[in-house]
Design a protein around this ligand. Structure first.
Ligand code: GLA
Length: 365
């Protein structure tokens, strides 16, 4: 199943790329109408796509040799097909494809690592179908197509962070996005020029957003906003939050309010011309908040953060939805090797790589 022609016996109409992401700061803020600051990774999904005439949806993956998923377009509905193919089908069903579709995905974004492997799939297919069928569709609508596939088809109640990052990021920049009105700014991020590296450490402990923890946090945030009488926690002040009677809701809301403030602070630091090392302690404060107030870190992620800081990193925090996955570590380039070695637990090797802010989704063939 190494090529589209092997899988389907024809040539693709084109090949589209969509990247995974690392989020610099602003976690779980997206479904609270808040701010985020992701960068696109060089890790990506390539979707090779061709329309069919027999009414079938056929989906194959280079990473799952031999497992072609096939069903009539008329039988595609939320949850069918289940599993990884659902991310493709959930996008396809939103377009007018009576003749059907063949899709081959080829990805190298680590799955379950908090680096948006699923958005890389949905966004690559969404961009392909936009180009082939709906060239008029604005990119914000495409973000919603990809998000609906995840929310309504696969059943993971995510916000728009991952899809926006995959579709809108630019090389050499972080994307400062207001998820309420979708206004955005590309923030130049050339850490190497400042002698810095942003290291990703994938603990290999996987997570799934369709499982309960993520949805629980979302419901708690909505309950906190309702208790405060605000449309979303974006609208709450620190004083409002401290007045919440319920201890759990107070801590969940405190994370959202303080992380929104941390996004604004980091953007100000990165655009203000000062030393980008200054963002390190803000990232670490984000981790403490995710660990203690939002309670979505793990012992493995906490250990990565603690050992990285002890080995001289400027800041570190878990990234993504939580309950496993990866941490990011801001470190001087000259300390990169030592910090990378320090975060490895005895007897096992975590996957590590340095973030290179990469281009968002585009056609490659
Ligand atoms: C996952 C979700 C995003 C966002 C992050 C946490 O990646 O898909 O929408 O909520 O978790 O910031």
């Amino acid at each position: 199943m190494s090529t589209f022609t092997d899988a389907f016996g024809t040539d693709p109409e084109g090949v589209w790329l969509a990247p995974g992401r690392a989020n610099v700061i602003g976690e779980h803020t997206d479904y609270n109408d808040g701010y985020v600051l992701p960068v696109a990774l060089p890790h990506r999904v390539l979707a090779s796509v061709a329309r069919r005439t027999d009414g079938l949806l056929r989906i194959a993956s280079v990473q799952q040799p031999g497992a072609v998923v096939e069903l009539p377009m008329t039988e595609v509905r939320a949850g069918n097909p289940a599993g990884w193919a659902g991310y493709v089908a959930g996008v396809a069903e939103q377009f007018d494809l009576p003749g059907g579709l063949s899709v081959l995905v080829d990805g190298d974004v680590p799955a379950g690592a908090g680096l948006s492997s699923s958005a890389a799939v949905t966004c690559s297919v969404a961009l392909a179908l936009r180009d082939l069928l709906r060239p008029d569709l604005p990119v914000d609508a495409l973000v919603d197509v990809a998000r609906r596939a995840e929310n309504d088809f696969v059943g993971a109640p995510t916000g728009i962070l991952d899809q926006s990052a995959s579709l809108l990021c630019e090389a050499g920049h972080a994307l400062f996005l207001d998820t309420r009105d979708r206004s955005r700014q590309q923030v130049p991020l050339d850490l190497a020029a400042a002698g810095l590296a942003l290291l990703v450490v994938d603990t290999g402990h996987t997570h799934s957003h369709a499982d309960g923890g993520y949805g629980d946090r979302r419901r708690e945030c909505e309950a906190a906003a309702a208790a405060l009488g605000v449309p979303a926690l974006r609208d709450a002040t620190p004083a409002d939050v401290e007045g919440l009677a319920d201890d759990v809701l107070r801590r969940r809301a405190r994370h959202i309010v303080t992380d929104n403030a941390r996004v604004l602070q980091v953007v100000e630091m990165l655009t203000g011309g000062g030393d980008p090392r200054a963002i390190g302690p803000v990232l670490t404060a984000g981790h403490v908040s995710l660990r203690d107030d939002f309670e979505i870190s793990t012992p493995e992620l906490d250990a990565v953060v603690d050992t990285a800081l002890a080995a001289g990193a400027h800041g570190a925090r878990m990234v993504g939805g939580g309950f496993g996955g990866s941490a990011i570590v801001l470190v001087d380039t000259e300390d990169l090797e030592a910090v990378t070695a320090a975060v490895q637990p005895a007897g096992c090797a975590y996957r590590t790589f340095v973030v290179v802010p990469s281009p968002g989704a585009h056609r490659v063939g």
